[in-house]
Write a protein that binds this ligand. Structure first.
Ligand SMILES: CC(C)(COP(=O)(O)OP(=O)(O)OC[C@H]1O[C@@H](n2cnc3c(N)ncnc32)[C@H](O)[C@@H]1OP(=O)(O)O)[C@@H](O)C(=O)NCCC(=O)NCCS
Length: 155
């Protein structure tokens, strides 16, 4: 793997993020299309959302979208993290999340996220990164899917 760098999103990177989101089978469960993902990233960018991008060389290979006080208007919240399906399990997500956490640690003592009950791979990824399950919300984003709530103390 060539070196991975992480920086804030630039406008021209929005289509690559939408493609990564639309091509991940996870979000196909939530009926995400390229067009809906594109609109979501365009709106987020316009609202100056905090979105980090992982690059491998010059190419966009992942994104992590966070809200500094997105959990209970108190703690940081990871809204979305995704790596290009063709480049998963090569250490990119770990670098992306570590860099995002360094930033969040300047804003919050802890960070929360939710992960789908069926998404065992992401649950293992988060456990390995130090996240602990603290609860669950049945039928939250979509009927029939339970969102597992995870938390990590950053400092
Ligand atoms: C979850 C995701 C962001 C992880 O990124 P990644 O680049 O594939 O993960 P990494 O290669 O950095 O893996 C880091 C660690 O997590 C583990 N891990 C990652 N994906 C895993 C999986 N599917 N199953 C088991 N372990 C996994 C790795 O084994 C690795 O462990 P190690 O450090 O002990 O070797 C990425 O796979 C992805 O985009 N998945 C689809 C979208 C998604 O589920 N997002 C999360 C929504 S809540």
């Amino acid at each position: 793997m060539s070196s991975v760098s992480v920086s804030r999103i630039r406008e021209e990177e929005i289509p690559a993020c939408a493609r990564i989101m639309a091509e991940n089978s996870l979000w196909q469960h939530y009926d995400v299309t390229y067009e809906s993902a594109l609109a979501r990233f365009q709106n987020g960018y316009a609202e100056q959302a905090t979105i980090f991008i992982a690059h491998e060389g010059e190419e966009v290979c992942g994104f992590c979208w966070v809200a500094e006080k997105g959990a209970f208007n108190r703690s940081a919240y990871i809204m979305l993290i995704g790596v290009d399906p063709l480049r998963q399990s090569r250490g990119i997500g770990k670098i992306l999340l570590e860099e995002t956490e360094k930033y969040l640690a300047t804003k919050s003592v802890d960070v929360f996220l939710t992960v789908s009950d069926f998404n065992k791979g992401a649950q293992k990824f988060y456990s390995g990164m130090g996240y602990k399950t603290v609860g669950e919300i049945p039928d939250y984003v979509k009927p029939g899917i339970t969102e597992i709530i995870m938390r990590k103390v950053l400092r």
